[in-house]
Design a protein around this ligand. Sequence first.
Ligand SMILES: *Cc1c(COP(=O)(O)O)cnc(C)c1O
Length: 459
Amino acid sequence: MKKIKQSWAEPYKIKMVELLKMTTADQRKKAMKDAGYNTFLLRSEDVYIDLLTDSGTSAMSDRQWAGMMLGDEAYAGSSNFYQLEEVVREVYGYKYLVPTHQGRGAENILSKILIKKGDIVPGNMYFTTTRLHQELAGGKFEDVIIDEAHDPENEFPFKGNIDLDKLKRLIKKHGAKKIPYVSMATSVNMAGGQPISMKNLKELRALTKKHGIKVIHDMTRVAENAYFIQQKEKGYEGRSIRSIVKEICSYTDGATMSAKKDALVNIGGFLAVNDWDVFEEARNMVVVYEGLHTYGGLAGRDMEAMAIGIRESVSDEHIKARIGQVIYLGEKMIEYDVPIVRPIGGHGIFVDAKKFLPHIPQDHFPAQTLAAEMYLDSGVRTMERGVVSAGRKTNGENYYPKLELVRFTIPRRVYTQAHMDVIAESAARVYERRNKIKGLKMVYEPKYLRFFQARFEKL
Ligand SMILES: *Cc1c(COP(=O)(O)O)cnc(C)c1O
């Protein structure tokens, strides 16, 4: 008899379905050309399985939908705000909450408050909107992630860790006064959803405390990071996701949150801080950019769904199934020899486009090309995370990131295991004909965050 394995399964069942359109190869060819070979410019109705992002694409629970009916749409003092504030204190432990329409709203306010012109903001790898807000506020981002993070084949389990020597060198070079905070992300998106360890975080706290530097937490995927700590870090085996999440937050001074990811809602975010003075300023500033401090650009019902989603996001069963599905897809890809970032991260599979298409130079956009080819093959929509996403420096030169990746991001609670099979088989088919694939040239480039709207033509 075959050895019986212990499978996981989703801790929910399906109550309602959304029908998908199936397209032909000819339809996809036309759609991709019309979209300028940029998967962001495809119409979603032309997409079969949408792995563009895990942002705002989660399926809400029946409880969250029921919560939507409890929206208190008062302009000021909505009861949903107070509910959300209570949940943020209970689950994350931050004292003061300013809701925002999404994560970047919080980044904008925080950067404006804490960064002065000429400041240095170290962080564990850049994120597009985060770095842009830091730069717009007059700061300069400095990457202090460990070198392992830039090597897609390195199996180190905590590739989101901060290299404390790099940070010490920055402090020595510029002085602590020039460094308002360290921008610390959990489950580092651009490194492939790689976690930071609790040990590293504790050391970061000790070092920054010594120099009077704040730690600001990009907590967009904090629960997913907590899962890796539970699974891989000594001393955390028996601990609940909830308690690990709270411990992570306890080593930081404040956080920006895109609730569209971990927190299982389609829109929403917040800024949370422990410092009353920063909170006071944020509460003033949110009125200018987002809305009154008790709604921050959200409807009351959005805040209610977020509060319920935050509680669901820190359940052990939820996270186990969520990351279990991602790992299932990653292992299928590995079986087909598709080169992916190792170890498998929390929110998606990152295919190494440099290795997949070694004959295409970075100036011909290998990751952008591969994302287009995936869509042409099967209607699966993925996203470029390479030289296009990296954008240009303030002096106009291109950033050439070491990693040239295609992100297969898995929305939470949306697709089935059968969908995962279809995705892996499509990637394997494209891999089989990789030698025939040619690169792209950029024919339109927007000024900011160019990856969203840039257009390309086939070479
Ligand atoms: C999505 C994201 C953001 C920005 O949040 P939005 O809700 O898209 O504005 C910031 N940081 C990380 C790591 C993210 O993934």
